[in-house]
Design a protein around this ligand. Structure first.
Ligand SMILES: NC(=O)C1=CN([C@@H]2O[C@H](COP(=O)(O)OP(=O)(O)OC[C@H]3O[C@@H](n4cnc5c(N)ncnc54)[C@H](O)[C@@H]3O)[C@@H](O)[C@H]2O)C=CC1
Ligand SMILES: Nc1nc(O)c(N)c(N[C@@H]2O[C@H](COP(=O)(O)O)[C@@H](O)[C@H]2O)n1
Length: 220
């Protein structure tokens, strides 16, 4: 599986404010770029923290002819994928609408009644891991269902885990010209943090978009 992480941060590396509600960091040019990255992916993934904070749809406007061209002849939307160890995704979440298949990666610890409620809403549940989603195992299962290229939008807990498991191939960060601050505000990579063996990146491109900059890296 080829994993592309894309997110937007403030200049101080925050994904959102300490209130954790969705923060518009990208401008129109960057959101167009995000559409292109989504359109090139077989699946678009977030952690359940992002579902609970933002209630995203992670869908392209498939009626938009510009988006249709971007999809390069691929039918419909990319699948949606949520890392959700204990099945906390609300059954009425927008990510479960009928715009695309939604995979919910849960662990053995997910309560059966919550898993069943997600299945009833049409979600495809993949169980991997005892207490927490085993990301390498879950990705193998997604690959066997035809997901070869996965875009990950966040948040910081999930992005850290992906780096920790050495699963990230590419990283793009849109750095918006704003300061958010706050020691409790989510950052690009949260989790426990590394103390040694920091993942090293190769800077591939720097592009100015709107009033910010996109930094594109490959992971060594
Ligand atoms: N500016 C941007 O580009 C983006 C901003 N955000 C922001 O990020 C915040 C949410 O980020 P977080 O709270 O960090 O939540 P998150 O979206 O990273 O989800 C973390 C949750 O995923 C679940 N999970 C299951 N297996 C996991 C594993 N192996 N590793 C890590 N997590 C696993 C756990 O329940 C964990 O609490 C929100 O404020 C949202 O607005 C989110 C995405 C993009
Ligand atoms: N690229 C980017 N720039 C921003 O400024 C953002 N706030 C985000 N957030 C991500 O986009 C998701 C919203 O998706 P929908 O438009 O609702 O489909 C949100 O959940 C974050 O993953 N991204």
């Amino acid at each position: 599986m080829h994993v592309v992480v894309n997110a937007a941060t403030s200049v101080d590396g925050k994904l959102a404010s300490r209130r954790r509600t969705q923060l518009k960091i990208s401008g129109p040019e960057d959101f167009d770029r995000v559409d292109r990255v989504r359109a090139a992916a077989d699946g678009v993934m977030v952690g359940v923290g992002t579902v609970l904070a933002d209630d995203p749809r992670l869908a392209l406007d498939v009626e938009d002819r510009r988006v249709e061209r971007l999809k390069n002849g691929r039918p419909g939307n990319p699948a949606r994928v949520v890392a959700d160890s204990t099945a906390r995704t609300p059954p009425d979440a927008r990510i479960l609408d009928d715009a695309a298949t939604t995979y919910l990666l849960v662990s053995e610890a997910a309560p059966e009644e919550r898993v069943e409620a997600l299945r009833e809403r049409g979600g495809v549940v993949v169980v991997a891991g005892d207490d927490r989603v085993d990301l390498p195992g879950a990705f193998e299962r997604l690959e066997s269902r035809g997901l070869d290229r996965l875009m990950v939008e966040g948040g910081g807990e999930l992005i850290f885990s992906l780096f920790e498991a050495d699963l990230v191939d590419e990283l793009s960060v849109y750095v918006g010209s704003m300061v958010v601050g706050g020691r409790d505000a989510p950052t690009l990579a949260d989790g426990e943090g590394f103390v040694e063996a920091f993942p090293r990146l190769t800077l591939e491109a720097v592009d100015r978009l709107d009033d910010g900059v996109v930094l594109s890296y490959t992971v060594e």
